[in-house]
Design a protein around this ligand. Structure first.
Ligand code: IPM
Ligand code: MG
Length: 359
């Protein structure tokens, strides 16, 4: 029997609730498709700070590295906002990405027909949107050196460095080109080359790779324009390739096209080794522990883990279909509630998803 070792990182806030929904569904589909999943829970973020004083304990990173795939729910809590940066939950997540060498972050944004009215944009603007944000995840201004805060000329100065080497651009550009080739064949690279040297290098490397992909049409867009085009005419995008900081911002914006960030999964991949799969949304401390969270982005992240990380495409399709069916039947968590729909909590949504596997 096929066996896969999965590390579950429930993290903070709503993390544990949505993790338990995803775990139940994963157990069910693994049985149906004849493979075995073993689960190991590890602490990260605020939960790990409480347990060990460290947002990414060495034991957590080691377990993730030696797994077949990692499923993370969410990290972060206002309780830790005043700690020094190296003791904050976010630092644990960044350390995990760096420690697992996950340079490629894939964030698919696809409009679910049943949710077309949930968006703050008009249905005719978002209808048919199906795009993929490819965000560089272990470089750029998030990790660039030097950085810090110094006293100079009688005041304090804070600084970070936005830097990319050609090999860092090349490996993420290749991921985006390969994806575009399998999709509609359109790659839009987003930068700020009219101002930033690091962006000009980025643009030059993308152009240099283009001849290797004759079936992919490459375009470039400045990040400010891209932010505007995403809400003006989002259907124009197929694959959006961008650096770490621009990708952080644009992927939240793109997520909102769907009306709820509670629907969007992501995958973070390296050149080899296990991938990390996580919802795009955060830990939602305001509704934590109240059985109100939408577990669907987590379930769809579990589906991405099955398909991309564990090569279990049929089981992945089962989970995605269950999400579609439950939405079509009108079940909604609070974030998506609309007239005529049935309001359910996180656990009840989990039960509906389990039932929907059989329909
Ligand atoms: C994300 C998040 C993280 C990021 C934070 C929590 C460090 O916003 O995954 O988009 O900035 O990358
Ligand atoms: Mg973000």
């Amino acid at each position: 029997m096929r066996q896969h070792r999965v590390v579950l990182l429930p993290g903070d806030g709503i993390g544990p609730e949505i993790t338990s929904v995803a775990q139940n569904l994963l157990e069910e589909v693994s049985q149906r498709h004849g493979f075995k999943l073993s689960f190991e829970h590890q602490p990260i973020g605020g939960a790990a700070i409480d347990a060990t004083g460290d947002p990414l304990p060495e034991s957590t990173l080691a377990a993730c590295r030696s797994s077949d795939a990692v499923l993370l729910a969410a990290i972060g809590s206002p309780r830790f906002d005043n700690l020094p940066r190296n003791k904050r939950p976010e630092t644990g997540l960044l350390g995990l990405r760096a420690g697992m060498k996950l340079f490629a972050n894939l964030r698919p944004v696809k409009i679910v027909p049943a949710l077309i009215d949930a968006s703050s944009l008009r249905p005719e603007v978002i209808e048919g949107v199906d795009l993929m944000v490819v965000r560089e995840l272990t470089g750029g201004i998030y990790f660039g050196q030097p950085k810090g805060r110094v006293e100079a000329d009688g005041e304090e100065r804070g600084f970070n460095t936005m830097t990319y080497s050609s090999s860092e651009v090349d490996r993420i550009a290749k991921v985006a080109f390969d994806l575009a080739k399998e999709r509609r064949g359109e790659l839009c690279s987003v930068d700020k080359a009219n101002v930033l040297d690091v962006s000009q290098l980025w643009r030059d490397r993308v152009d240099a790779m283009a001849p290797e992909y004759s079936s992919v049409a490459v375009s470039h867009m400045y990040v400010d324009n891209a932010a505007m085009q995403l809400v003006r005419a989002p259907r124009q995008f197929d694959v959006l390739l961008t650096g770490n900081l621009f990708g952080d911002i644009l992927s939240d914006e793109a997520a909102m096209l769907t009306g709820s960030i509670g629907m969007l999964p992501s995958a973070s991949l390296g050149a080899e080794g296990p991938g990390l799969f996580e919802p795009v949304h955060g830990s939602a401390p305001d509704i934590a522990g109240q059985d109100k969270a939408n577990p669907m982005a987590m379930v769809l992240s579990a589906a991405m883990m099955l398909r991309i990380g564990l090569k279990e495409a049929e089981a992945a399709a089962d989970l995605e279909q269950a999400v579609d069916r439950v939405l079509a039947s009108g079940f909604r968590t609070g974030d998506l509630m609309a007239d005529g729909c049935t309001a359910v909590g996180c656990q009840a949504m989990g039960s509906e998803l389990l039932k929907a596997l059989d329909r």
